[in-house]
Design a protein around this ligand. Structure first.
Ligand SMILES: Cc1cc2nc3c(=O)[nH]c(=O)nc-3n(C[C@H](O)[C@H](O)[C@H](O)COP(=O)(O)OP(=O)(O)OC[C@H]3O[C@@H](n4cnc5c(N)ncnc54)[C@H](O)[C@@H]3O)c2cc1C
Length: 280
């Protein structure tokens, strides 16, 4: 990636005003993904960069009774260092397997979920956790669900001339969570797709369930989730096997390769079979 010029605003207002005047500038947080994808970001041409690293409000972490709010430029290592009393799973797992400690010191949560080409590892975790994102442009700021960052084709979408400023995560813990890489990176995506799931139990039944696979596209099958809510623990082998087959078929429809879709189905079946031990 060849950088032509760098703007380094010190306030959000300044950053937004630059983006309004020059919507082609590329926001730069930790730079660990932009450096990996190289020339893809500028289509081979020199690019102008908007360095977000000097805007203090993007690095704030705050907590209320029900939510944790994380500034977009908070690093993955800062998230991993948050008190263990905040369960934050499956986000912690996603952040923990990204790169090395040095990469995680630079890499930000905002850069992870604002990736333009693929859904990166924290995305599936945050969808499972019912996270919301704050987006800001010249007309102001607004909170939306994670769906605001997906298009109708289940691919990443990021509104132009906008910044992701905060991520809000409900802190009510989940009873069981999981996060896996779905195999290896492919020629189409720089890092492997991920599978995340989270469940809550009540009276030895599944009361809430989220199941998400994300890579080049994202798959969340609400019909499958609903079909499993209300099932008594332990989940029967028959139900886990049926879920495996549905999940695999759904992922293939969404454009995942046979191997990745198969792994997704297998990990889901293993998660469902495993929740019986945790749940009882
Ligand atoms: C060795 C190595 C291993 C890695 N392994 C993984 C992995 O397993 N899984 C994974 O997900 N990633 C992986 N990464 C990629 C990367 O480290 C992470 O995705 C990281 O979280 C990206 O954050 P960043 O701050 O570096 O983003 P940047 O590179 O700065 O930006 C990424 C994208 O987000 C945009 N952006 C950044 N911040 C904002 C904002 N606030 N508002 C709007 N747009 C914004 C940028 O314009 C760019 O398009 C790896 C990287 C390395 C070097």
């Amino acid at each position: 990636m060849r950088v032509d010029d760098v703007a380094a605003p010190q306030t959000l207002a300044e950053a937004i005003s630059i983006l309004k005047r020059r919507p082609e500038v590329i926001p730069w947080a930790g730079g660990t993904l932009l450096m990996t994808i190289g020339d893809e970001a500028g289509g081979g041409k020199p690019v102008s960069v908007l360095d977000l690293g000097r805007i203090p409000e993007l690095s704030v972490v705050s907590r209320s009774d029900r939510y944790l709010e994380i500034g977009a430029c908070v690093s993955l290592s800062t998230i991993l260092a948050l008190p263990p009393s905040l369960s934050l799973q499956p986000l912690r797992s996603a952040a923990g397997f990204i790169g090395t400690a040095t990469v995680r010191n630079l890499a930000t949560i905002g850069g992870n979920i604002a990736s333009r080409n693929s859904f990166m590892s924290c995305f599936s975790a945050l969808v499972c956790m019912d996270a919301a994102v704050e987006l800001r442009d010249a007309s102001g700021s607004r909170w939306s669900g994670m769906h605001a960052l997906m298009n109708e084709d289940n691919r990443p979408r990021f509104p132009s001339a906008s910044l992701l400023t905060r991520i809000r995560i409900p802190t009510a813990p989940w009873d069981a969570t999981v996060l896996y890489r779905l195999g290896e990176a492919t020629s189409q995506e720089p890092y492997a797709a991920s599978f995340a799931a989270a469940a809550r139990f009540e009276k030895e039944m599944i009361s809430e369930l989220r199941i998400v696979a994300a890579g080049r596209r994202i798959v969340r099958d609400r019909a499958l989730e609903l079909s499993l809510v209300g099932k008594r623990l332990p989940i029967s082998q028959k139900d886990a096997e049926a879920a495996r087959a549905v999940a695999k078929a759904r992922a293939m429809e969404a454009g995942f390769g046979d191997g990745t879709a198969g792994l997704y189905g297998e990990y889901l079946a293993a998660f469902l079979s495993g929740v019986q031990e945790e749940g009882l």
